[in-house]
Design a protein around this ligand. Structure first.
Ligand code: C2E
Ligand code: MG
Ligand code: MG
Length: 466
C-alpha cells in the first residue's frame, strides 16, 4: 500500500512537471506558426543583454496583409502567415531567431551581429525572399511586400522593451517613406514624438478652450479701421502663448486642420457679431490652410453665416498661393462658389510663392495681400519698391483691393499710401490683440480720428498684447 502510494506520488510529480514544461512551451509559442512569440523574444533579448551581448532586432510588418484577410478570408490570411514564417526562418538562418509578435508582425533576433550593416543586408535579403516567395492562396498568387525597422542594442536601446519599441518606430518610418528598410534614428523619433505629442495635446486644447484668437486691425489709407485679421494662438498650459508656427505645420498634415479652421472661423464670426452689437461694424479675415480649401469649407462658411445674421461680404477668407497651386481647378471652383455666396477671398502672402500671376487668372478673388518680405524693407530696397508698386498697379487693373502686411513704420506707411495701396496692416497700427483689447483699440482709434489726428495711435504695450 505504502509502495503503491509512493509510486503514484512519483508518477504524479512527473506528470505535473511534464505538464508545466508543456504549458511553459505553449506560453512561449505562437500557435498559428509554431514560431516563438513576443514573450519568448523579450525573454531571450533580456538574457542576451544580461550576458553582455549586443543583439540586433529586425521588426517586419507585411504591407497590405489586411487586404488578403479582407478579400480572401482569415483562413487564407492564416495560411499566408504560415508560409511567410517558413520563408523567414529559412532565410534568416540558424543563428537568428524568428518570432511572430502578433497579426502580420514578425521579429528576427540576431544574437551578436558584427555591425549594423550586417543587419541591413539581412533585412534586404528577407524582403527579397518575401517578394520572390511564390506565395499562393489556392490558385491565387499573392504578392507579399514588407517593411523592416532595425534597432541594435547599445546604440538604439538598452532593454528588450526599448529595442522593440524603437524597431517599431523605425519600421513605421520605413513604411511611410516606402523605404523597405530603415534603422532607428533617435533624432527623427524625437521629432515625430514631438509632433505626435503636439497633436495629442492640441485635440485636448480644442476641447478645453485653450486656443484663442487674436485680432489685428487692417486700416485704410486715411487710418480708418476697416477690419480685423483673426490669428490663432495656443494658450498652452505649461509653454505659454504659442504662435501658429509652433503647431500649425503639424496640424496641417492631419485631418485635424479642418476642425481648427472651423473653430477659428466660428469664433471669429461670433466675436465680430458681438462687436457689432456694441456698435463696431467691421469685416473679419480668416486664414484658410491649403488643405481646408475644398467643398468642406463651403459647409463651414454656411454654418458661420447662419450662426449670426452675418452679411457675407463682411467675411474675408485669406488663402495662400500654395492652395491655388496644389489644385488650381479645385481652388477656382471653391473660390467661385464663395464669390457667388457673397464672401470675399484674399490671396495672402502674395509674391512669396513662385507661380503667382498664372494662377490668378480666372480666380474670382477680391483682394491681394502683398507679402511682408517686400513691405518691411521697402524704404531700404529700391527693388522692393518697384515690386510693390507693380503689384499695386497690376492688382488695380484686375479690379482687386491691395493690402500691405507687415507695415512697421510711418515712413513705409506714407510711401505705400503714395503708391496707392488701399489697405495697411502691421505693428505700426497694432499688434494682434486679444478680443477685449482689440475692441478698446478700435474705440480709441475712432475717437482719435474724430478728433482729427492724422498719426496712428501707438500700439498698445499692455501685458496681454503680444
Ligand atoms: P499671415 O496670415 O500672413 O498673418 C500675418 C502674420 O504677420 C501674423 O503672424 C502677424 O502677427 C504678423 N505681423 C503682422 N504685422 C506685422 C509686422 O508689422 N511685422 C512683423 N514682423 N510681423 C507682423 P502670426 O500671427 O504669427 O501668424 C503667422 C501665420 O500663421 C499667418 O500669416 C497665417 O498664415 C498663419 N495663421 C495664423 N492664424 C491662422 C489660422 O487661424 N488658420 C490658419 N490656417 N493659418 C493661420
Ligand atoms: Mg493672413
Ligand atoms: Mg500674410
Amino acid at each position: 500500500m505504502v509502495v503503491v502510494t509512493a509510486v503514484a506520488a512519483v508518477l504524479l510529480v512527473a506528470v505535473v512537471r511534464h505538464r508545466d514544461r508543456r504549458s511553459a512551451r505553449v506560453a512561449l509559442t505562437d500557435a498559428l506558426t509554431g514560431l516563438g512569440n513576443r514573450a519568448a523574444l523579450t525573454g531571450r533579448v533580456a538574457r542576451l543583454l544580461a550576458g553582455g551581448a549586443s543583439p540586433g532586432l529586425l521588426l517586419l510588418d507585411l504591407d497590405g496583409f489586411k487586404d488578403v484577410n479582407d478579400t480572401l478570408g482569415h483562413t487564407a490570411g492564416d495560411a499566408l502567415l504560415r508560409q511567410v514564417a517558413t520563408v523567414l526562418q529559412r532565410t534568416a538562418g540558424p543563428q537568428a531567431q524568428v518570432t511572430r509578435l502578433g497579426g502580420d508582425e514578425f521579429a528576427v533576433l540576431v544574437p551578436s551581429p558584427a555591425h549594423g550593416a550586417e543587419l541591413e543586408v539581412l533585412a534586404k535579403r528577407l524582403l527579397a525572399a518575401l517578394s520572390i516567395g511564390g506565395f499562393t492562396s489556392g490558385e491565387v498568387p499573392l504578392d507579399v511586400q514588407g517593411s523592416i525597422g532595425i534597432a541594435v542594442a547599445g546604440a538604439d536601446g538598452t532593454s528588450a522593451e526599448e529595442l522593440l519599441q524603437h524597431a517599431d518606430v523605425a519600421m513605421y518610418a520605413a513604411k511611410r517613406a516606402r523605404a523597405g528598410v530603415l534603422r532607428y534614428d533617435a533624432e527623427q523619433d524625437q521629432h515625430s514624438t514631438g509632433a505626435l505629442e503636439v497633436l495629442g495635446q492640441l485635440r485636448q486644447a480644442m476641447e478645453e478652450d485653450q486656443l484663442v484668437v487674436h485680432y489685428q486691425p487692417k486700416v485704410a489709407g486715411d487710418g480708418r479701421l476697416l477690419g480685423f485679421e483673426a490669428l490663432v494662438r495656443w494658450q498652452h498650459p505649461t509653454r505659454g502663448l504659442l504662435p501658429p508656427a509652433a503647431f500649425l505645420p503639424f496640424v496641417e498634415r492631419t485631418r485635424l486642420i479642418h476642425a481648427l479652421t472651423r473653430w477659428v472661423l466660428l469664433t471669429a464670426v461670433r466675436q465680430v457679431a458681438t462687436w457689432r452689437a456694441h456698435g463696431l461694424d467691421t469685416t473679419v479675415s480668416v486664414n484658410i490652410s491649403a488643405a481646408s480649401l475644398d467643398e468642406g469649407l463651403l459647409g463651414m462658411v454656411e454654418e458661420a453665416l447662419a450662426l449670426t445674421r452675418w452679411p457675407p461680404e463682411q467675411l474675408v477668407l485669406e488663402i495662400t498661393e500654395t492652395a491655388i497651386v496644389v489644385d488650381p481647378a479645385g481652388a477656382r471652383r471653391t473660390v467661385q462658389r464663395l464669390r457667388e455666396r457673397g464672401v470675399r477671398v484674399s490671396v495672402d502672402d502674395f509674391g512669396a510663392g513662385a507661380t503667382s500671376l498664372v494662377h490668378l487668372r480666372g480666380l474670382a478673388v477680391h483682394e491681394l495681400k502683398v507679402d511682408r518680405q517686400f513691405v518691411s524693407d521697402l524704404m531700404a530696397h529700391p527693388e522692393d519698391e518697384v515690386i510693390v508698386s507693380s503689384v499695386i498697379a497690376l492688382a488695380h487693373r484686375l479690379g482687386l483691393v491691395v493690402v500691405a502686411e507687415g507695415v512697421e513704420d510711418a515712413r513705409t506707411a506714407a510711401r505705400l499710401r503714395a503708391m496707392g495701396c488701399d489697405e495697411l496692416q502691421g505693428y505700426l497700427f497694432a499688434r494682434p490683440l486679444p478680443a477685449a483689447q482689440a475692441l478698446a483699440w478700435a474705440r480709441g482709434e475712432q475717437g482719435r480720428l474724430a478728433a482729427g489726428s492724422a498719426e496712428p495711435a501707438a500700439a498698445p504695450t499692455g501685458a496681454a498684447a503680444e
